[in-house]
Write a protein that binds this ligand. Structure first.
Ligand SMILES: [Fe+2]
Length: 207
């Protein structure tokens, strides 16, 4: 049996300061997003394991449907936020336009970078309730495609590799943009770390 006092997940550092993503998000917005919301999913993911361990140690039956739904939600939230922080970069320090192989791949699939941006933005804007827009890659067809994740775990294509994600939960932008998701999505394009996206792409397809 696993030690049920052990914490399996922890909140990772952002690797940049809270004030460097202005004007995409303010220091206050980013700090709360990271320290409260992301931290909440870390706690939720750990709690889901603790609940399993306790029930197993005591031989108590679980409501598996409820437990696993909760676990999928918190693990999804925990992992997606890690990817999100990494695919952001300060303006003038890594953020910019795509180039190289990832740009070629986007052009081949979508026709142009502008067309990709439009489809990705529309994916983000039309995500129902709270969720994520993602650019993913299918190794079987060797094609990039878009994924619209509801909550943190609904509509996920199993085993498709995520290259780029955008958090469109209201908790990501309510301080800076109130309910104006479109303005937030528009600003996102200024802080995309395309080097990181390209790195992920190269890892998936092999250099
Ligand atoms: Fe979030």
């Amino acid at each position: 049996m696993k030690n049920n006092n052990e914490k399996f997940y922890s909140l990772p550092d952002l690797r940049y300061n809270y004030d460097v993503l202005v004007p995409f998000v303010s220091e206050q917005q980013l700090r709360i997003h990271h320290q409260k919301h992301h931290a909440g999913y870390v706690a939720g993911a750990n709690a889901s394991f603790e609940a399993l361990d306790q029930a197993r140690n005591k031989g108590i039956d679980l409501d598996m449907k409820a437990v696993l739904k909760n676990q999928a939600f918190h693990l999804g939230g925990y992992l997606l936020h890690i990817m999100f922080w990494k695919n952001l970069a300060p303006v003038n320090a890594g953020a910019g336009e795509p180039s190289g192989k990832i740009l070629q791949e986007i052009n081949d699939e979508f026709g142009s970078f502008e067309r990709f941006q439009k489809e990705f933005s529309q994916t983000a804007l039309s995500t129902e309730g709270s969720g994520w827009a993602a650019l993913v890659y299918c190794k079987r067809t060797k094609r990039p495609l878009l994924m619209q994740i509801e909550k943190h775990n609904v509509n996920v294509y199993p085993n498709f590799k995520i290259l780029l994600v955008l958090d469109v939960w209201e908790h990501a932008y309510y301080i800076d943009y109130k309910n104006d998701r479109a303005k937030y999505v528009e600003a996102f394009w200024q802080v995309v770390n395309w080097k990181k996206v390209e790195e992920r792409f190269e890892r998936v397809v092999g250099k």
